[in-house]
Write a protein that binds this ligand. Structure first.
Ligand SMILES: [Zn+2]
Length: 357
């Protein structure tokens, strides 16, 4: 993911500090503080090596049992059936696979885990294996889609990516463990429902959102080196004729941190953004889905927007100081935040099923 309007923010910064380089400005548009150097122990908590060796100095992988009570999720009965603790635990399992860049053993294990879980929830699934040309060579990638059949032709499409950026020791608890754990729990809820809704709901777990080229620890985002899985899905749905059946795309990306705050993405479709924010306010989360702009984000919704499909990005980017750092670990996440965003996803889908747009 990338901030869209970097130069605008740079301009403001340059006025303050004329010596700041353009390169540094690009960073400034995104979170830049890798706070606590002393977090290195907590950071290693999420690495499989730490848990498998059982080294005394390395705490075990966090589970919901170890979470601070103030970060506990509300019961699922109060959040539309969405279990924030379950979403958090799915995320912990994904993170335990370690760094998950495309075409690695770790991401293949991740794919197997996601697919087996979706099947255990009773979801119909489809898998698209494809190859992507990237600046570091051709990479095998895989999109996994869970499908909840509706009575009509319409499709509501939910998206997350499950790959992690190719930065050393980066385990991606929030980016993009959280959104993947979140949509796994959404899939568990929707695939278990016995009633048939008007629109099908497709829940897509996408590969290759991140730029593959990394220099000096910074992913080199470009139109050609990003959102590979989303471009593949949008193109294949256009070819099959399914794309014109899509009423709305709801994208989750970084949605599980403690103290979560989600701002509006001005690149997203206005009416759909309004629907989601009104839904959040109606169910009591107006202080979390705030009425402010995040400056514009490039993300997996772009290939759909480019094809004139309504889409909204629901992300706490850039309000997460550990973004693309090795400190993006489970201890930064909160089951409570998962429950809030999951509730908003389910209620927004319900609003779209009711034809609210
Ligand atoms: Zn990222």
């Amino acid at each position: 993911m990338q901030v869209h309007l970097r130069l605008g923010k740079c301009g403001a910064w340059l006025a303050i500090a004329a010596v700041v380089s353009l390169f540094a400005c690009g960073h400034d548009a995104a979170p830049k503080s890798v706070s606590a150097a002393g977090n290195s122990t907590a950071n290693s908590a999420a690495s499989p090596a730490a848990t498998s060796t059982g080294a005394a100095t390395m705490p075990a992988l966090p589970t919901t049992q170890q979470v601070d009570p103030s970060e506990a999720a509300s019961p699922a009965s109060q959040t539309g059936g969405f279990d924030g603790a379950a979403a958090y635990d799915f995320t912990a399992k994904l993170v335990a696979f370690g760094p998950r860049p495309p075409d690695t053993d770790a991401i293949r294990k991740t794919q197997g885990y996601i697919l087996s879980q979706l099947k255990s929830f009773g979801c119909a699934t489809s898998v698209d294996d494809f190859h992507a040309s990237t600046p570091i060579g051709e990479l095998a990638m895989k999109n996994i889609v869970a499908k909840v059949q509706g009575s009509g032709k319409g499709i509501i499409l939910l998206l997350t990516h499950y790959d992690t950026v190719r930065i050393p020791d980066f385990v991606g608890a929030n980016d993009a463990g959280s959104s993947s754990g979140l949509l796994m729990e959404v899939a568990q809820v929707l695939c278990a429902r016995k009633t048939t809704e008007p629109h099908s709901v497709w829940i897509a777990f996408l590969d290759g959102e991140e730029a593959q080229l990394v220099q000096n620890g910074v992913a080199q985002w470009s139109n050609d080196d990003s959102v590979f899985g989303s471009r593949e899905l949008a193109a294949s749905m256009e070819l099959s004729g399914e794309l014109k059946r899509v009423h709305a795309v709801l994208l989750a990306d970084m949605d599980g941190a403690k103290g979560i705050k989600i701002e509006k993405d001005p690149n997203s479709t206005p009416w759909l953004t309004t629907l989601v924010w009104k839904t959040a306010a109606r169910i009591g989360y107006g202080s979390i889905f705030v009425n402010a702009s995040n400056g514009g984000v490039q993300d997996d919704h772009k290939p759909f927007l480019d094809r004139h499909v309504p889409a909204v990005d629901i992300t706490e980017f850039p309000n997460y100081p550990y973004w693309h750092t090795a400190q993006d670990t489970m201890d930064k996440l909160s089951p409570r935040s998962f429950a809030i965003v999951g509730h908003v996803f389910l209620e927004s889908v319900r609003a779209l099923q009711g034809g609210q747009h």
